[in-house]
Design a binder for this molecule. Structure first.
Ligand SMILES: [Zn+2]
Length: 333
């Protein structure tokens, strides 16, 4: 058993409280390799933004749990080396699917875990979440829960249809479980294909698909029921069209990839939404940079020559999100 405190990490309690008061949101960036982690830490250190390093169960299996723990510890030390005196870095399990997975992460130095019982019947979601909260809180690890179902595909998660969170359920759920934050469903979804073309309208000027707006009325309903309680948005990549174009121009085949427009996320960040999850955008930025090198310099075979540009492109994306979308820059001086 290792405590996240020994690794120099923090839980989400204080960062969320400040984010709600300050009308901004904390970035939760998924990672599973060194270049992604370097890019996230460089971006957070440069902008002095609190940051959540997010690992799914699949990413944990991919990277290895022991290596991950030391990578997180290394991230804190690296941030200090970059001149960030008091780094506010949280290591969070994304979409924990069982008590055992969550317990194992708590025991391995995570400072926050998500238990996703959203696909279960309500009472079973309550019971499972409560069990995880009771274990995690002994070690001052914070717990994110989920009510409502998001559509789309993420590592361990897949659902055909979304069901919006019911605002009338949230008070009961939060008081019964004791969770520290709540992921809700208001129309975001996982992956780079968030909407079917027939759900979108076509912008005649750009020829791009415009997705349906998020259900801000549901968010407002939740906020009214739970004033000041930290709300989380999953599936909030914007799927930058320039990255998609670069991928397609260099041999890729991403058709009709659509994300959440950034102005909607900006609006959400000003509300009780205090954690916004971004994964697909970083995957796109990485893939675009690598494809470009492979296409333009086919003789190149030094991984640093394509993973380096990938890292630079991800760093640029993370800084853009922090400064222009979430507003979390300068909040962890
Ligand atoms: Zn998610």
């Amino acid at each position: 058993m290792v405590s996240y405190k020994e690794l120099g990490l923090v839980n989400t309690r204080e960062m969320f409280a400040k984010a709600i008061d300050g009308g901004y949101a904390i970035p939760a960036f998924n990672f599973n390799n060194m270049e992604q982690l370097q890019a996230i830490i460089m971006a957070a250190a440069e902008t002095k933004s609190p940051v959540i390093l997010q690992v799914s169960k699949g990413a944990r299996a991919y990277a290895n749990q022991t290596l991950l723990r030391y990578m997180a510890q290394g991230a804190v030390e690296y941030a200090k080396e970059l001149g960030w005196e008091k780094p506010q870095i949280c290591l969070h399990l994304d979409h924990g699917d069982s008590f055992e997975t969550c317990k194992s992460c708590v025991d391995f130095g995570f400072s926050s875990v998500m238990i996703d019982g959203s696909s279960l019947p309500y009472d079973e979601n309550v019971a499972l979440t409560k069990k995880v909260v009771e274990y995690a809180h002994q070690f001052d690890v914070t717990v994110e829960a989920e009510l409502g179902v998001l559509a789309g595909v993420e590592d361990e998660v897949s659902a055909e249809e979304s069901h919006y969170t019911k605002p009338e359920e949230v008070v009961d759920f939060v008081s019964k479980t004791g969770c520290d934050s709540l992921a809700i469903s208001i129309g975001t979804s996982h992956g780079a294909y968030k909407f079917k073309p027939e759900q979108c309208t076509l912008d005649p000027k750009t020829g791009r698909l415009v997705p349906p707006p998020l259900a801000f009325d549901v968010l407002e309903g939740v906020e009214k029921q739970l004033p000041g309680f930290p709300i989380v948005l999953h599936g909030s990549s914007s799927v930058p069209q320039d990255e998609v174009d670069t991928i397609n121009a260099h041999g890729g085949k991403l058709q009709a990839a659509v994300g959440i427009p950034e102005e909607q996320l900006r609006k959400a960040a000003k509300s009780a939404v205090c954690k916004i999850n971004i994964d697909s955008d970083s995957r796109l930025a990485m893939t675009a940079a690598i494809r470009r090198v492979f296409d333009e310099k086919p003789a190149e075979f030094d991984p640093r020559k394509y993973l380096g540009p990938a890292r630079d492109n991800m760093k640029k994306l993370y800084i853009h999100k922090i400064v222009n979308v979430l507003g979390s820059d300068g909040k962890a001086e």
